[in-house]
Design a binder for this molecule. Structure first.
Ligand SMILES: [Zn+2]
Length: 640
């Protein structure tokens, strides 16, 4: 069990939380959880009857959070005087949260509108509607998120907001009525945010994106506030990146329902990029016209590695680590052959066939210099008991030193993708050739471009070169959490910056060296890994390469020949499935039913089921050819 924990730095930005003595609530815990994800420290101050509010000096306080109980009490006036009198505090954004009907006392009735309860009126059609124009809603603006799946606790909402000059940020929409739960008001030059009491689930092991997705009201408004106040001081990514990967095709036109020519015209129109997760076994059968397409469009098309033979036990628990190692080496040797024969380069990113491999196999990727591995899951939950501690949550796992990043299905709900973008996670979407029979990825790309205009679509390799989070410490340095082995670190600011870069070494393997733009630099060992400084001029970038001490620069050569008959049969059966069966609607339905029913029992039966029709059709074709020939011969005999 490896425990990865990036502790909050002593220079982290701070959120001032004011609550009454012993006050605990799910909302406070949700706030703490979100603050932790952004790397924001909470300075907890208990409201006392005397109204003292001791703030230690030197704190970089970015915002103030007050519970409704405190805000609604008489003692609040004393605090408010103190806050107004402080140069540091008086203009900071302030959030009052957990506002329930019972928290309204006489003296606050002029401070916020009356609050009602929506318990019995919640219908299954209930959605949270996020205002498109609210500044803090960011990528969530204009979207609707389901209320279903939440606990049946009452939702409180604000009544008659129309009488006030406020900006409504989130409201519940049902039965063609809207019930505001989160709004902003500008009072005396300060942005004030008010959040009603909403159902809040506490799930220690659930990561932040899942919490927002399943309990929108409990986490999204708080996340919006914390993202807004922390700015550069909270964990953030430098830029937004997306990638679309299609698994399995080889370079022929078309590959089943995937036409390279047609997807290229869509990519030109919508600006996206497609990576082919290429099965190395296919290295020696390439259509020159498709190869040309890749060469002419390197910003649109790229190749990554998809297993080696893609047989069904490949990289599964059934295989020994020696077989796995041979498969990684042979896969690379075949990709090198492909590169030699076609001139096409590829990214050393592994997309495992079927499902992610064991930790041990991911360790092989580290040794053989893979940039990362991208799959539907990573092994974060198995390897760490620590709760996810930054905004990328379970998007990236690093237990073997190699980043293991999480992909999503191409038809994932737009609202879910918006949450991932709100958390500034790179979007990795994937599909198989049968997707193109019914869907147009152009519309998905257009929706993503709309969610975050300016998002950059890149190949899997380039995306893995950008895996880092950064924040500004209040001592003026930029801290970087580096995930990848090779990283392009950007300074998007208008002046020279010094970055303090941290890279974890969970297995304590050690590093051979760290190079910045090719030059070796000094490193310092830390309890969790290493740390080093990189200075970058304004609007420039640097390429950082960190090599683990067990990384091999040269991978031992492997025989690339295809001598195994079983694998050949399986690959041809896959061709038959992708190029023939799923070409028809009936075939696709058979394929869908088969895969949904058989998932988890993936076995040779697969090959058999697909191979039997192949043999039958093949035999039929041969029989027809033989009969036609025999008839022809007989006719010629008769003429003779
Ligand atoms: Zn595959």
């Amino acid at each position: 069990m490896v425990l990865l924990l990036w502790t909050t730095s002593p220079f982290a930005a701070t959120l001032l939380l004011i609550r009454t003595a012993d006050e605990q609530s799910p909302s406070i815990q949700a706030l703490e959880r979100v603050a932790q994800s952004y790397g924001i420290h909470i300075l907890d101050r208990t409201a006392t009857p005397g109204g003292s509010l001791l703030i230690p000096s030197g704190q970089n306080i970015r915002g103030i959070v007050v519970t409704a109980k405190t805000y609604g009490s008489e003692r609040w006036f004393a605090y408010e005087r103190k806050i107004r009198g402080s140069e540091q505090l008086r203009r900071l954004p302030l959030l009052v949260f957990d506002i329930a009907r019972e928290s309204t006392s006489t003296h606050v009735s002029d401070r916020w509108p009356s609050v009602n309860i929506l318990t019995d009126r919640r219908s299954p059609q209930c959605v949270y509607h996020v205002d498109r124009d609210a500044e803090i809603s960011k990528e969530l603006g204009g979207l609707e998120f389901s209320c279903s799946g939440e606990t049946s606790e009452p939702i409180h909402y604000f009544n008659d907001l129309t009488k006030h000059r406020v900006e409504i940020i989130v409201e519940i929409a049902q039965d063609s009525r809207r019930y505001p739960i989160f709004f902003k008001a500008s009072l005396a030059g300060r942005d004030m945010y008010f959040l009603a009491r909403v159902p809040t689930t506490l799930a220690r092991d659930t990561e932040i994106a899942q919490l927002i997705w399943t309990n929108f009201a409990g986490y999204a408004p708080v996340a919006m506030f914390i993202r807004r106040v922390s700015g550069e001081y909270g964990w953030h990514a430098n830029g937004y990146y997306a990638n679309f990967t299609v698994d399995d095709p080889w370079l022929r036109e078309p590959y089943g329902n995937l036409s390279y020519h047609s997807i290229l015209s869509k990519m030109d129109k919508y600006g996206f990029h497609t990576t082919i997760a290429f099965v190395p076994w296919n290295f020696d059968r390439n259509d020159p016209s498709v190869v040309r397409l890749f060469k002419e469009n390197p910003t649109r098309l790229s190749l990554s590695v998809h297993g080696n033979n893609h047989d069904h036990e490949e990289f599964s628990e059934e295989r020994t680590i020696d077989i796995d190692a041979k498969n990684v080496r042979q896969g690379l040797a075949r990709m090198e052959q492909l590169k030699k024969s076609t001139g096409l380069d590829y990214d050393r990113v592994m997309v495992f066939p079927q499902r992610i491999a064991s930790e041990q196999v991911i360790g092989l990727l580290r040794r053989y210099g893979f940039a990362c591995t991208a799959n539907l899951q990573n092994r974060r939950h198995e390897s760490t008991s620590a709760p996810p501690e930054h905004i990328w949550g379970d998007f990236v796992a690093l237990e073997q030193g190699v980043p293991s990043v999480k992909r999503e299905l191409a038809n994932a709900p737009k609202e879910y993708l918006a949450i991932l973008l709100f958390l500034q996670r790179p979007l990795l979407l994937h599909a198989h050739q049968d997707y193109f029979a019914r869907h147009d990825f152009g519309t998905v790309a257009a929706a993503i471009n709309q969610l975050h205009p300016g998002i950059r679509w890149v190949g899997l390799g380039s995306l893995c070169d950008r895996l880092y989070l950064t924040n500004l410490e209040d001592n003026g340095t930029y801290r970087v959490l580096l995930f990848g082995g090779k990283t392009t670190l950007e300074n998007s600011g208008g002046e020279r910056r010094v970055f303090v870069v941290e890279k974890v070494d969970p297995l304590n393997i050690g590093f051979r060296d760290v190079r910045v733009d090719g030059k070796e630099i000094p490193i310092t060992k830390t309890p969790t890994g290493i740390q080093f400084k990189v200075a970058i001029e304004a609007h420039s970038s640097a390429i950082i390469v960190t090599k683990f001490s067990d990384q091999q620069d040269e991978v031992a050569p492997e025989d690339t020949s295809k001598t195994d008959l079983r694998i050949r049969v399986l690959r041809y059966a896959s061709d038959f499935r992708d190029l023939v069966v799923t070409g028809t609607d009936l075939g696709r339905r058979f394929n869908d039913a088969y895969y949904s029913g058989m998932r988890g029992r993936y076995s040779q039966i697969d090959a058999l089921l697909l191979f039997v029709p192949l043999v039958l059709i093949g035999s039929l074709v041969i029989a027809i050819v033989v009969i036609v020939r025999l008839r022809k011969q007989r006719r010629m005999h008769e003429r003779d």
